[in-house]
Design a protein around this ligand. Structure first.
Ligand code: UDX
Length: 427
């Protein structure tokens, strides 16, 4: 139930692992597009082929409603969105809608897997609802996802671990669901529901902490004349630290890290448990784009134009949710700067967010035309091979601010650019 980033990838990959799957979603256009094979609603490497192959093998189908399939199913997986409301609290509307539909339509015993990211304790309360409202024996299982956007298919089929939160002794059905992965040597960690929910929040918050930490060290490195690349490398060589998630940048974004760290803080507050470190992760990250705007304002006057290359929250996705690049563009525009922007995949979604606050260009050099500063905000390949000579000819002033350490520094210096890179003191 839910055919978005998590539901569509999970449903398709479960079919690939040998199960018969029906992905259900209320959005008729989305379901029609998938059924007819005319449109895959999200951009994920390898997904389209997997959908087509498994549809052809008759193991993957799509439906608008759970009622027609629930009583032929052993398992219902809930993978709907759990957005934050304006006050930073989780909106349970979609989850509650799914639970109500299962109560109404279920006529046989079921396992209901909650794959959506839900605040700790939610699965236990869903179990209570089924116990009170359904005459069937419905067992609620927490099975959080650890899918990175852009790598979701690979992360599903080759996970570091599968986490299962269940109060049931009999693991037969869940073992069967993940049989193929355990045959491939993937550890299936069984625990209780609350613990499984906590593992999800603790993992995401810890990864977010690594990113926020290296960003603060990058600020220190900038002022002390350090080399943030070597700092990351020097730290990561310690196997207890590891190299991953130590690339300094404009801050973390996406639909998970910002939301999950805030949700963990709320969980602490709700249970009277102080989580000062988790609070600091959010705070540190929220300050970051403001600091970057402050640095930019030292480089250009408000009468000059700026280009921002890369609007998605990271490369490999079209997603702009909580994107630092969008926050930076919005802040600069609000302070009177004229912006010209480019992104290989994210323009359509960026337009809905930034509307006419900025001007959009399909060609990145056109975006740089006549500008006095070019900000590289996302690590798309398009920007790794930026032609410094060509860019120099388009720009009014040769200033470039690399927030992702992706450009070829040497060639830009040779082409007469003043180069600023996150984590390095600018000359
Ligand atoms: C994350 C988790 O990795 C995944 O396990 C979870 O299920 C969902 O949230 P995702 O949000 O898709 O996945 O992106 P991820 O690749 O983890 O990056 C998150 C943010 O951190 C991005 O804004 C990215 O640019 C930033 N990041 C990541 C850094 O700035 N530096 C790094 O070294 C790594």
């Amino acid at each position: 139930m839910g055919t978005g980033y998590v539901g569509l990838v999970s449903g398709t990959c479960f079919a690939e692992l040998g199960h018969d799957v029906v992905c259900v979603d209320k959005d008729k256009a989305k379901i029609d597009g998938l059924k007819l094979g005319t449109k895959v609603p999200i951009f994920e490497k390898g997904l389209e082929d997997l959908i087509k192959n498994n549809q052809a093998r008759g193991r993957l189908d799509f439906a608008l409603d759970i009622s027609g399939v629930i009583n032929e199913s052993d398992i219902v997986i809930v993978a709907v969105g759990t957005p934050l409301d304006a006050k930073g609290r989780t909106n349970f509307d979609y989850i509650n809608q799914c639970v109500s539909e299962i109560v109404v339509h279920a006529k046989r015993d079921l396992h209901v897997i909650i794959k959506s990211t839900v605040p700790v304790g939610t699965c236990d309360s869903i179990q209570k609802r089924f116990d009170q409202e359904s005459s069937c024996a419905i067992n609620v299982v927490s099975n959080p996802e650890f899918l990175r956007e852009g790598e979701a298919v690979q992360d599903f089929l080759l996970p570091d671990r599968v986490v299962i939160g269940s109060e049931l002794e009999n693991r037969g059905v869940i073992d069967e669901l993940y049989r193929e992965l355990s045959n491939r040597g993937v550890e299936i960690l069984y625990t209780n529901r609350v613990t499984a929910e906590l593992i999800k929040y603790a993992s995401n918050s810890f990864l977010a902490a690594k990113v926020a930490f290296i960003n603060e060290i990058a600020d220190l490195s900038e002022s002390l004349g350090g080399d943030i690349g070597d700092i990351s490398r020097g730290m990561g060589l310690d196997k207890r630290i590891g190299h991953k998630f130590l690339n300094a940048g404009p801050g973390f974004g996406g639909s998970c890290f910002p939301k999950d760290t805030k949700a963990l803080i709320n969980t602490g507050n709700d249970h009277g448990v102080e989580l000062p470190l988790v609070g600091a992760i959010s705070l540190s990250n929220e300050m970051r784009h403001k600091q970057i705007v402050k640095r930019i304002k030292k480089m250009v006057r408000v009468s000059e134009e700026i280009s921002v290359l890369g609007l998605t929250y990271k490369a490999g996705t079209d997603d702009i949710r909580c994107s630092p690049a969008i926050n930076i563009a919005r802040e600069l525009s609000a302070q009177g700067f004229k912006l010209r922007v480019h992104d290989p995949k994210g323009i359509a979604k960026a337009k809905k967010e930034l509307r006419n606050m900025v001007s959009y260009y399909d060609n990145l050099y056109d975006a740089a035309k006549g500008t006095s500063l070019c900000v590289v905000a996302t690590e798309w390949d398009d920007y790794k091979n930026l032609d410094s000579e060509k860019l120099a000819n388009y720009m009014k002033k040769r200033h470039i601010y690399d927030l992702r350490k992706v450009i070829n520094n040497e060639s830009f210096v040779k082409s007469g650019f003043k180069v600023m890179v996150v984590g390095y003191r600018s000359e």
